[in-house]
Each structure stands twice: as structure tokens, then as C-alpha cells.
Ligand binder design. Structure first.
Ligand SMILES: [Zn+2]
Length: 343
């Protein structure tokens, strides 16, 4: 029996979050997405900067674009201390509180990886007077490697150097009540939703209204995700997380349609179109303004692409921290994407 699409989406998210992929370190995760898309019978090409473009033939000459980003927050080795601890620099924007205590991996340029834990420089209340008060900044944080190392030389002997990528362990859990808890749901939850779309179109032999190019971007968290787009894309929808919080309407159970974020307003008509589709199809949706946010559409517009752009996605609680969403949010997002492409 064929697997239910929503179950496939959640399983794909589990796989995706467990493949380390801070911005720019996305080869393995792209290979996974590519093999899934090709498995459903769709052709793929890579952009020069390592993004993936999946082509779905439709019933017209028009081409629309959908994007989700597969890169995540992470870090990079800045230096190694004389005690053999690893100092790091951030890849993407997040607070130190959101990663303190997290398990992580260091990926050397020779392809080895080592595990460790992210701690403050005063990591124990038993020994440090300022364990509670030390300001959590990148200069005050370090990584304790799970290796017997006593100094910088010992660490270097492992092949670890400045410039090596660091990924944060996701801690994926799918709970009985339908919650998906994990790091990196921004934006691997949406990559899962788009893979679900491919699976369903392929299995049901459905052709969308227009040709679709699905752009899986790999530098979104650092601001230049989909800054280049194939010339034929006229209309472009970023499928990315909905923000939840102070004076916002979104939740883990709904799909957010974003009218404006830090990069400015989204296309008025296209946003209206998404809202009417949500109403017609009885999809649980909200319209929101994201106060600290940019998307693949923002990057595409800043990159000079001649497109109309809009943004939608499931609400993600505690985004860029210990994130969570719900099966219902994924289902609503999936329904809206399907209504938009016409399948
Ligand atoms: Zn995102």
C-alpha cells in the first residue's frame, strides 16, 4: 500500500533534519532531495552555487516557481584555545541561549566528523561564580570535544582547523499528539512539504496548471538563498516558516500567508490570490506581518529577478531555537500549495 503523503512528509523531515547542512555545507542534503525527486520521476539540475532546481511539466507554457531552503543555522570553527576547546563563529542569526547545552558535530574539510557539546566558558555552578551571570556571547562560548585533548596541538592532530563547519544535533521527535519537535524545521519542514507534493503528483499522475520549477536553496539563512532564479519563472512562492509570537496571528496548526516582512511588502495580487485559495478550500490560514524576517523571495527580488513573489508556510514555534510545529500546520500548508499549483 502507498504511504499516506502526510506520513511521508514527516518521515522526510526526520531524514532531512538528520543530515547536517549549515548554509554552504549542503551537498549531502541536496543529494538526498535530488534522489527523492528523481525517484518520483522529475528531472533535476544544480545551480552553480549548489542549489537544486526540480522541473515539473505542466499544462501551459507558463512557469511558476516554488522554493524552500535546505540550509540551516550552524557555526564554523573560529579558533582553538590553548586548553583544546573550540571557539566558533555563527552561520546565520540566533541567540547563544538557544544553542547552549546542545550537542553538535565538527566536520573537517577532509571529511571526518567529531561530536561535542556547546557550553559557556563558565559551564558549572559548582565551580564558577559567574555561571549564571556570564553574558552569553559568541566570545563567551566554546565547544567541548568528545576526544582526549589537552591543548591546541591535540585538536589540530585530529584534523580540526579554523573554517571547519559545525552542525547542531536536531533532536527530532514526532509525538503522539502530532507535534514535530526538532531543530531546523526552518525550513526543512517546507522541503518535506514540497517533496510530498512531488510524491503525490507522481503517484496520482497529476499535471499542474503551469510548469513548476522547485528551487531548493542553500544560502537562505545568510541572506542570498534564491538570489538567482531561472529566467522563465514568472511567479515565485517561498514556502518557509510562519512566525509565531507577540502580536502575531500564526500558530503551529495553521499556514501563515505573509503580507510583509523586514524586506518589505509581498506582491499584493499574488497574496490576495493565496488568501482566496485558502478561503475557497477551507484551509486554516492566517495573514501576518513578520517583524524580523526575509525569505527566498526577498533574496530573489534583491537579486534583480523579474518576478511577482509571495510567502507562505506552517507556523514554527520558538523558531531558530528548539523549534516545534504540528501535523495540522503541515497539512494546511500542503493543501494551500496544492491549491496554488492546481492539483
Ligand atoms: Zn527559513
Amino acid at each position: 500500500m502507498l504511504m499516506k503523503t502526510i506520513d511521508y512528509i514527516i518521515e522526510a523531515i526526520d531524514r532531512l533534519v538528520n543530515i547536517p547542512s549549515p548554509s554552504g555545507f549542503t551537498k549531502d542534503v541536496m543529494d538526498y532531495v535530488k534522489s527523492e525527486a528523481e525517484g518520483f520521476g522529475y528531472s533535476c539540475e544544480m545551480s552553480r552555487k549548489g542549489g537544486l532546481i526540480i522541473s515539473v511539466p505542466g499544462n501551459s507554457d507558463r512557469t511558476i516557481g516554488l522554493s524552500a531552503h535546505v540550509d540551516t543555522l550552524g557555526a564554523m570553527v573560529r579558533s582553538i584555545s590553548s586548553e583544546g576547546m573550540i571557539k566558533f563563529t555563527l552561520v546565520g542569526g540566533y541567540t547563544m541561549n538557544s544553542i547552549e547545552g546542545s550537542y553538535c558535530k565538527i566536520h573537517t574539510r577532509e571529511g571526518k566528523s567529531y561530536t561535542g557539546t556547546i557550553l559557556s566558558n563558565s559551564p558549572s555552578v559548582h565551580s564558577f561564580d559567574n555561571a549564571r551571570t556570564l553574558e552569553r556571547t559568541d566570545r563567551n562560548m566554546e565547544i567541548r570535544l568528545d576526544e582526549i585533548v589537552k591543548n591546541k596541538k591535540d585538536v589540530e592532530k585530529l584534523g580540526i582547523n579554523s573554517g571547519d563547519y559545525i552542525s547542531f544535533d536536531p533532536n527530532f521527535q514526532y509525538t503522539e499528539k502530532g507535534f514535530i519537535k526538532s531543530r531546523h524545521l526552518d525550513d526543512k519542514a517546507s522541503v518535506g512539504v514540497l517533496l510530498g507534493l512531488l510524491k503525490e503528483m507522481s503517484e496520482k499522475n497529476q499535471k499542474p496548471n503551469n510548469n513548476i520549477k522547485i528551487v531548493i536553496s542553500n544560502y537562505e539563512e545568510v541572506g542570498f538563498g534564491a538570489s538567482w532564479l531561472p529566467e522563465d519563472i514568472e511567479e515565485f512562492i517561498a514556502v518557509d516558516m510562519g512566525v509565531i509570537g507577540d502580536d502575531l496571528n500564526g500558530s503551529e496548526y495553521t499556514v501563515s500567508i505573509c503580507a510583509k516582512d523586514s524586506s518589505g511588502p509581498y506582491d499584493y495580487e499574488l497574496t490576495n490570490h493565496l488568501i482566496s485559495l485558502a478561503k475557497e478550500n477551507k484551509i486554516d490560514y492566517v495573514v501576518d506581518i513578520f517583524p524580523h524576517y526575509g525569505s527566498d523571495v526577498s533574496a530573489a527580488l534583491a537579486g534583480g529577478n523579474n518576478i511577482r513573489g509571495a510567502l507562505l508556510g506552517q507556523g514554527i514555534h520558538a523558531s531558530h531555537g528548539m523549534e516545534r510545529t504540528h501535523k495540522k500546520g503541515l497539512e494546511n500548508t500542503f493543501k494551500l500549495v496544492k491549491a496554488y499549483v492546481g492539483v
